[in-house]
Design a protein around this ligand. Structure first.
Ligand code: TMP
Length: 390
C-alpha cells in the first residue's frame, strides 16, 4: 500500500511509487492492536495534508471540547493549554474566546505556518520527552494538555507519556481523544487502518499504559468523530491509592470490549471476512453501474478512501475523479490509483449519476451540503459501516 496521504502531482505520475507493508496485529496479553511495520514519520508528517478545519462537525467537536475544558477546570488568563498534534491550530483557536495562553506542538511545517497566522504559537516538533523538556523550559508547565487524534500516530508511547508527565503540572489534566478499536471492528472500518495509525486503542491497553505512567481516569465520553471515538480525561494520580470513582468509570466503559468479544480471534477473523465481502459487494455494484454507463465520482480524498480504493482496486476507470474541499489536495492525484482530485463545486457543474462517499465518517454532513445534487436525481453510495445507496 502506498502511504495514504502520499498525493501526487501530475509530473510525478510516471515515477515509481514506494509501497509499504500494511498489516495489523493484536497483542493477546494487553489487547493493543498495532501495525507490524513502521514508515519513517518524516515522510508522513512533515508536510501534512489533513486539516480538521475542513469539517464543520470536527470544528463543532473542538468548540465543545474547549468549552468543556474551560468550564470544568477553573482556567484563567494565566493558564496554559498545550495541544499536541495541533495541526492548523483548529482546536486552540477556540481558546481565544477564553483568553487562556495556548501553545501548539506539531511537526508539520506547512500547518504550523497557518496556525501562526491565526495567532497560535506553535513549536514545530514531534512530541517526545526530549522536546517536552525543551518546551517546559521555554513556556513553563501546562494546566491542560490535549491530544486529539494523535496518540495513534505515536511510535514510542512510553516516551510520549514521559513527555506528558514532564510538561503537565501535577494538578493539570490530560485530555485524549482517539478512534475506538471496538467501533472500528463493529463498524467494518478497515480503511482507517493505515501507516499513519500505528496503534488502535481500546480501553484495556490504554488504561494499562496510563497507569504505568501514574495517571488515572477522571471521565470518559463517547464521540461520533472518525467513526466512533472516545475522549478520556485523566490526571496524575496523587497518592498511591487509586480514586475508587476511577475504577467505576473504567468498569462501566470496558463493558463494550467484553460485550463485543473484541479480543477474541473469531471476532477478528469475522471482521476480516466482512471486509472481503464488502469488497465483492461494492466492486460488483460499481461495475454494474459502469456497464449501464453511469458516471460515478468519489467524495472526500480522505486517507481512508485511498486505502479503500487501493485495497478494492477501484481506479479512475470507475471513479472519474474525487471532489475534496481541502485546497492542498485539489489538482493532485490519489496515491496508488492516481484518481484526479477537484474542488467540490465540480459536482454541481458536472452532475454525475453516483457519488461514492469515501469520507463516509462525514456522510451526513456531505449529504446535507449536497442536497441539490440529490434533488436533481443524483445518488450517494456509502460503503461503511454497511453498503447503502441513498
Ligand atoms: P478524514 O476522513 O481523514 O477526516 O478526511 C476527510 C476528507 O474529506 C478530507 O480530505 C476533507 C474531505 N471533506 C470534503 O471534501 N467535504 C466535506 O464536506 C467534508 C466534511 C470533508
Amino acid at each position: 500500500m502506498p502511504i495514504p496521504n502520499g498525493f501526487l502531482g501530475e509530473k510525478d505520475l510516471n515515477k515509481t511509487e514506494e509501497k509499504y507493508e500494511l498489516s495489523c496485529l493484536i497483542c493477546e496479553s494487553c489487547g493493543l492492536a498495532q501495525l507490524s511495520n513502521i514508515v519513517n514519520p518524516d515522510l508522513m508528517f512533515k508536510n501534512y495534508v489533513y486539516i480538521p478545519s475542513m469539517s464543520r462537525v470536527m470544528m463543532e467537536n473542538f468548540n465543545n471540547l474547549s468549552y468543556q475544558i474551560y468550564n470544568n477546570f477553573n482556567l484563567n488568563q494565566d493558564s496554559l493549554v498545550v495541544d499536541i498534534g495541533s495541526n492548523d491550530g483548529s482546536l486552540l483557536s477556540f481558546f481565544k474566546n477564553y483568553r487562556t495562553r495556548v501553545l501548539g506542538i506539531d511537526p508539520a511545517e506547512n500547518l504550523a505556518k497557518i496556525a501562526e497566522l491565526k495567532g497560535i504559537p506553535t513549536e514545530i516538533k514531534f512530541f517526545d520527552l526530549k522536546n517536552a523538556k525543551l518546551i517546559r523550559n521555554k513556556h513553563g508547565q501546562a494546566d491542560v494538555i490535549t491530544a486529539t487524534n494523535v496518540v495513534a500516530h505515536i511510535d514510542n508511547l512510553h516516551d510520549f507519556f514521559k513527555g506528558i508527565s514532564c510538561l503537565l503540572k501535577d494538578d493539570g489534566v490530560l485530555i485524549t481523544e482517539f478512534p475506538y478499536f471496538v467501533e472500528l471492528v463493529r463498524g467494518n472500518e478497515f480503511d482507517t487502518i493505515y501507516h499513519e495509525h500505528l496503534s488502535y486503542f481500546s480501553l484495556k491497553p490504554w488504561l494499562k499504559l496510563i497507569k504505568s505512567h501514574g495517571f488515572e481516569v477522571l471521565r470518559t465520553q463517547k464521540s461520533p468523530i472518525h467513526g466512533g471515538s472516545i475522549r478520556i480525561i485523566q490526571k496524575k494520580q496523587k497518592e498511591k491509592s487509586e480514586n475508587p470513582n476511577s475504577k467505576n468509570i473504567v468498569n462501566h466503559m470496558a463493558f463494550p470490549e467484553e460485550e463485543h468479544n473484541i479480543y477474541n480471534r473469531d471476532t477478528l477473523s469475522d471482521f476480516a471476512r466482512k471486509v472481503g465481502s464488502l469488497k465483492i459487494e461494492l466492486t460488483t455494484l460499481l461495475k454494474n453501474l459502469k456497464r449501464k454507463r453511469k458516471k460515478i465520482v468519489g467524495y472526500g480524498a480522505a486517507a481512508k478512501g485511498n486505502v479503500l480504493t487501493n485495497y478494492f482496486n477501484i481506479g479512475p476507470e470507475i471513479l472519474d475523479y474525487i471532489v475534496d474541499s481541502t485546497p492542498y489536495k485539489q489538482g493532485l492525484f490519489t496515491p496508488g490509483k492516481h484518481i484526479p482530485i477537484y474542488a467540490e463545486n465540480r459536482l454541481t457543474i458536472d452532475r454525475p449519476d453516483y457519488v461514492l462517499i469515501l469520507a463516509w465518517n462525514f456522510a451526513e454532513e456531505i449529504i446535507k451540503k449536497e442536497m441539490t445534487f440529490r434533488k436533481l436525481g443524483g445518488k450517494f453510495i456509502i460503503p461503511i459501516p454497511k453498503l447503502k445507496v441513498v
